[in-house]
Design a protein around this ligand. Structure first.
Ligand code: ASC
Length: 231
């Protein structure tokens, strides 16, 4: 049991480090390589999009997925842990929505068309599914009214769609990073290995590794929160 616990801690610390580093890399990207941050219809406003997505939709959602796995919380009430899970996911949803407002606002101010790219189609689908998932989780699992039979029926779907949306978000981020680098790196071009291209490719890899670590942690049966009888 002690060895399983150590393995868990090692992976948890790795995931937190890689996730935190992803957020830092995103900030360095927009503040050092790009134009910085602002809310004025220019690229400064667009730059909130990657910052809020990586912070909320990737990092915070990743943590929300594994909160039930933290062994020192196993003595906490299930309701408290559900509230933390729901609260983190609600914060991530709000940041994701603001990140969309930033892009649409930027596009409209600059007469750039909306919703033509695969990145935008998959990304908007992920945001809509995430909000539906949040509402389903709130009404069925957090509020006390739903019958146990309905919870048991919907739990596998909740787990499946949660991981599907998380994976889809990571795929969408990789498409967005690629898109932005091809748009922005013209002189010198992306194809000539400029520092921004190499740095931001590394950011993409960090995000992929973060997703891989979260997916590993959450799929180990031995690290699941012990189930209380009748819950
Ligand atoms: C809940 C909860 C669980 C599941 C279970 C259905 O709300 O706390 O452990 O749903 O009752 O599988």
């Amino acid at each position: 049991a002690m060895e399983g616990y150590r393995g868990f801690l090692g992976l948890l610390v790795s995931a937190l480090l890689v996730g935190f580093l992803s957020v830092i890399f995103t900030l360095i990207w927009v503040l050092h390589y790009r134009e910085g941050l602002g809310w004025d219809g220019t690229a400064l406003e667009f730059n909130w999009h990657p910052v809020l997505v990586v912070t909320g939709f990737v990092f915070i959602q990743g943590i929300a997925i594994i909160v039930y796995r933290l062994p020192w919380t196993w003595k906490c009430s299930k309701l408290l842990m559900k509230s933390i899970h729901a609260g983190l996911n609600a914060v991530a949803a709000i940041l994701a929505i603001i990140s969309l407002v930033a892009v649409f606002d930027f596009h409209n101010a600059r007469n750039i068309p909306n919703m033509y790219s695969l990145h935008s189609w998959v990304g908007l689908t992920a945001v809509i599914l995430y909000i539906l998932q949040l509402l389903l989780g709130f009404f069925v699992f957090l509020l006390p009214w739903a019958p146990l039979s309905l919870r048991a029926l919907l739990m596998p779907i909740h787990v499946y769609s949660g991981l599907l949306v998380f994976g889809t978000v990571i795929a969408t981020v990789l498409m967005g990073v690629t898109e932005k680098l091809i748009f922005a790196l013209k002189n010198p071009a992306y194809s000539t290995f400029p520092p921004e291209g190499v740095f931001t490719n590394t950011l993409g890899l960090l995000i992929l590794v973060f997703g891989a670590l979260i997916f590993w942690i959450v799929t180990r049966p031995q690290w699941k929160r012990p189930k209380e009888p009748n819950s």
